[in-house]
Design a binder for this molecule. Structure first.
Ligand code: ZN
Length: 301
């Protein structure tokens, strides 16, 4: 990296984490409470202006909560789109940072960025094809396919896939405001709390809710494995702190795939709560590498 430093912003609904560094060992960071877009982004810009006094930054990566517009041809590229978070629907996250700091900016979903961080420094090193799934208040997923984050017209919304739901066995209607009983509506931390009347982290280890959770997550992963053929699935988030849930999901997945597809292994993340901000740093490194590759190609006669 020739000593170049990078900036990273993990843009979350509750907090923004801003950092400068090159990886897990030298990260200097601040945490900013998420208030209005203008106030929050002003503090982000102030942090990086301060950091720039100590030396240049090669690029900044922004790993954002979503949904977000990742289509470079769209007039709202770099904006958050339809979030229910007050004040943030339609907010331009990238534009103000780019205009103020005049640096290359990379923009990604928080889960795709976390996947990149686990690829570079964590539980998916050396694997070009894997998934990163987080099961917390909501359910999100990022995929690396041949070493690059997967996008279509927009980014994947793995939490909103439909899975079999038998109301006679589980009469809970689901919590998703768009689909009711999609995967997130049935198996997110929020859904567990609504179904059982107690937060997932307080649910006893032998509660039948964990069996159901393992089934729903196993069904979701069976769909993902059939479509994306990952070698490994890294699963994190608050709900995944339950002991034994990783192996229970892996057993269910193995049963649902029934030998037709090789079962990918399911592992916890290695970077923990740092995956988001490290993912933002990894994004900045990627955009810098791409820029350098382009300029060295253009110099070839
Ligand atoms: Zn949904």
């Amino acid at each position: 990296m020739n000593g170049a430093r990078f900036g990273g912003v993990e843009a979350g609904g509750a907090k923004f984490v801003c950092a400068v560094g090159t990886g897990p060992r030298d990260l200097a960071r601040v945490v900013i409470a998420t208030t209005s877009p203008s106030d929050t982004l002003a503090q982000v810009i102030e942090f990086f202006r301060g950091a720039l006094k100590n030396g240049p930054l090669a690029a900044i990566g922004v790993a954002s909560f979503g949904p977000i517009d990742l289509d470079p041809g769209s007039p709202t590229f770099g904006h958050i789109t339809s979030t229910p978070k007050p004040g943030w629907a339609g907010a331009d996250v990238c534009g103000p940072i780019r205009r103020a700091l005049q640096l290359p900016i990379a923009f990604e979903t928080d889960v795709n960025a976390a996947a990149l961080a686990e690829y570079r420094w964590g539980a998916a090193q050396g694997l070009d094809d894997f998934l990163y799934i987080t099961v917390g208040t909501g359910i999100g997923g990022g995929a690396l396919v041949r070493g690059a984050p997967l996008h279509g017209r927009s980014h994947p919304e793995m939490g909103h896939m439909r899975i079999p739901h038998d109301p006679s066995a589980d009469p809970f209607p689901g919590t998703c405001p768009f689909h009711a009983d999609c995967l997130e509506g049935l198996a997110s931390g929020f859904a567990m709390e609504r179904r059982w009347g107690i937060k997932a982290e307080s649910l006893p280890a032998d509660h039948p809710g964990w069996l159901l959770e393992g089934q729903y997550l196993g069904l979701g992963l069976a769909n993902l494995a059939a479509v994306l053929s990952p070698r490994r699935i890294v699963m994190g988030g608050g709900v995944m702190h339950n002991r034994g849930l990783h192996s229970r999901i892996e057993e269910n997945l193995h049963q649902y795939l029934n030998g037709y597809i090789r079962t990918p292994e399911i592992v916890p993340p290695l970077l923990g709560d740092d995956a988001g901000v490290l993912g933002a740093i990894a994004l900045a490194q990627r955009v810098d590498e791409t820029t350098k590759a382009r300029s060295s190609h253009s110099q070839v006669p």
